[in-house]
Design a protein around this ligand. Sequence first.
Ligand code: FRU
Length: 543
Amino acid sequence: MSIHDLFVFCGGFGNVTRLLFTDEQLILALSNPQAEPNHPLFIQSQNVGGECQWVFARTDDMTSSQAMAISQCLAERQKKDANTMSNPVASVFRPAWHVSPPQGLLNDPNGFIYHNGQYHLFYQWYPYGCEHKDKHWVQLTSDNLIDWQWQSVALTPSAWFDSHGVFSGHAVSDGDTLYAYYTGNTRVGAERVRQTTQCVAVSKQGGAFEKLGPVIHELPEGVTEHIRDPKVIEYAGRWWMILGAQTTELKGRLAVYHSSDRLNWQFSGLFGEELGELGYMWECPDLFELNGQQFAMFCPQGIDSPNACHSVEHHNGIAKLTLQSEPFNLTLRDFQTLDHGFDFYAPQTMQTPDGRRVLCAWMGLPDDVDHPSVDEGWLHQLTCLRELEYREGRIYQRPVRELDALLCEQRTLSLNESLCDLGTQSFVLRMMLKWGQTLNLFEGDGYRVQLKACSQTRCLVLDRTNTLNRSADTIRQLPLACQEIEISAFVDTSSLELFINQGEYVMTSRVFASPMSTCVSLLGGQEVAEVHTVEPSMPPFSG
Ligand code: FRU
């Protein structure tokens, strides 16, 4: 009996929504289950999180190429369905120039790359609700890093190796072929046992992605099913795949594979032990060089929070990296936080043709959060694109210079405790803040976000208590040793990215206030601020 026969028996594409395929079983999820069938291969019907699955015994003639053919047809249907969700819902919180999802939930940026004369940026998307489920990849392209065009729903959870999520990963450009490396996530059986593979899909000459399937099927020794988010680099004449991983002792580490052809991979080992206890899992690694120094960026989960106000387990950071070939070794040192705000995770970078290293991250956290935009049907956005620099031992981030094209004429304001109405929530404000002063942003209609330079603690305190914020954390603190604090605040409707001291420190935050909260003020003195309003960029939606 072929998979196709069973597929038709279950109602075909009109009824089968998911296909899972193990050594012993073929499992089909049905949208409209009938009475249990009388079929010689039928084992049982199971309810998995509200989804009805029929489980059949797998026979020798059920091949993976049959499953792949059905997956391709499922993918077509899933793309069509997801595309119906690609028109933006009306929203008062919609950013003017950041990437947000039309509907549903956005999380990590993926496959960020310059390829074939264009920038490509993908993101994790669940189109049908504001929850983490069955992730798709949306593909956007841009000529200028500012205006993003919706291309397609590039990858959907259509295959038995990624049926519960085409998880995060990076892209590799090879001539006019684009390879997307990602983690296939499946949940098998009533217990939803997680199964993880590392997969590749290929797009030739700008065409649709074709899944080649898993290139790593098995878990390496000493690692749990939590191993994901492949980054593929070329180094010392070979290809290397770096993954975020959890050891069986529940420690976060980097897992590394090597390959000569990017398709057949051998395990090289687990790395990062020299950082000691740094959480129970590392996610979303990226490796790159800045000004002659190599770095590894990744997201440790479960490290100690810097203070009691910080209750989110997911952290971000960057460490200096030394790579060595023959024998291969990867060592890390000097781990530091990259962004000190509330909402920054899963960053990844790409290199522009003129050699700049540009970062994009998910402006979201924690995983289960109920922001006011959920009431409108969408959740989370990406950060602005940031150029990374390394000089005199320090890492700096600043919004890409392409953004200047959206800035309107500069206004100089004299800020004091009177409310100054900017008439917009899309602006850039630059000023020097003195210890003891407080800058109020998103002020008006009863709301405000406060940036307090606390002279007692010498901490810069970002306080979003007086907003529509519904997540537990409302305060972030950043200890600073400087005499005065140079602030560049990039405000975009429901987000705030604070670049401090030329971008040596950054604090990123979603901010939900009233559309009338368009004022700024300063407590504790009078200071000059330079303000530009920001024009909207091309919205990254279809249609
Ligand atoms: C990080 C992450 C990744 C995973 C993806 C799934 O936010 O958990 O590790 O691949 O999200 O959407």
